[in-house]
Design a protein around this ligand. Structure first.
Ligand code: 15L
Length: 272
């Protein structure tokens, strides 16, 4: 059984992966700044901060791959984002390199490209959406992808960046009808990123097979990802409450949704 270090194991996506990866044949070493609740049989646990390079070197010792889900999962102050998300990603990659770990899977985000206009009829490939961050959070995901690229080219690691849409138990907004990544598909996508032969540096959209998707899944499918879910089954109920998306509304005109609005200006996050 191969061993994966899962950072952010106590978080929302980490918890999903703790449930699903063992069924796909992965032993999981959980890492978080807090102990993971309900430790499961076969799991190992490390309580550490991803920005502590020495601790990360210890944590990556002997693992076959790292899945990096730790960090701040939305907008915050520059100080908080740059420390947790940028310094944290550097420490994860550098620890993996020092420990000889061949593969790292990184949780990037659609917000790396959030100011990209929502596409019309054609789907966006990864190449159609170069960095266009909508927040400091989005900048940290662009930087994550850049760091991953550096560690592939300079040190020969395999690094797969997942530009995750909206990874929630179920869609709760009409935007999610396009961006949802279901829990089951989250596991399938990470498993594919861990198993794909020689991915080198790869950036793929992380989204379910949504009828209303904006993103082309060709590159993700090439890794072996086979999405099973479609947010459309929630559409009737969501449209009844919220109406069909108004494409003149910035929340629906750009892929980053509300992150592109004034409400998400970092000034609003500086307040205590
Ligand atoms: C993300 O990257 C966030 O982590 C998550 O909280 C959602 O905001 C999601 O994007 C989204 O775009 O819905």
């Amino acid at each position: 059984m191969s061993l994966v270090l899962l950072t952010g194991a106590a978080g929302r996506i980490g918890t999903v992966l703790r449930g699903g990866l063992p069924e796909r044949g992965w032993a999981v070493r959980c890492l978080d700044v807090v102990p993971v609740p309900d430790e499961r049989p076969g799991e190992a646990q490390v309580v550490a901060d991803v920005t502590d390079l020495a601790a990360m070197e210890d944590a990556t010792d002997g693992v076959d791959a790292v899945v990096h889900m730790a960090g701040i999962s939305g907008e915050s102050t520059w100080a908080a984002i740059s420390h947790a998300n940028i310094e944290g990603t550097y420490c994860v990659l550098e620890a993996a390199r020092r420990s000889g770990v061949p593969r790292v899977v990184l949780a990037s985000s659609n917000h790396a490209t959030g100011y990209t206009p929502r596409p019309g009829a054609s789907l966006l490939t990864e190449a159609d959406a170069p960095p266009r961050p909508d927040t400091y959070y989005g900048v940290s995901k662009v930087t994550m992808e850049a760091l991953g690229s550096l560690y592939v080219d300079r040190y020969g690691l395999d690094v797969v960046c997942l530009r995750i849409g909206s990874a929630f138990a179920e869609p709760t907004t009409t935007r999610h009808l396009s961006t949802w990544l279901s829990p089951a598909d989250t596991v399938s996508l990470v498993d594919a990123a861990l198993n794909a032969p020689d991915p080198g540096f790869s950036v793929v959209w992380g989204v379910s097979a949504n009828t209303r998707t904006w993103w082309d899944l060709t590159a993700a499918r090439a890794l072996g990802y086979e999405p099973a879910d479609d947010a459309e089954v929630y559409s009737e109920a969501l449209v009844e409450v919220h109406g069909e998306p108004d494409l003149a509304d910035p929340v629906h005109a750009r892929v980053g949704g509300e992150y592109t609005t004034a409400e998400f200006d970092a000034e609003n996050f500086e307040k205590p």
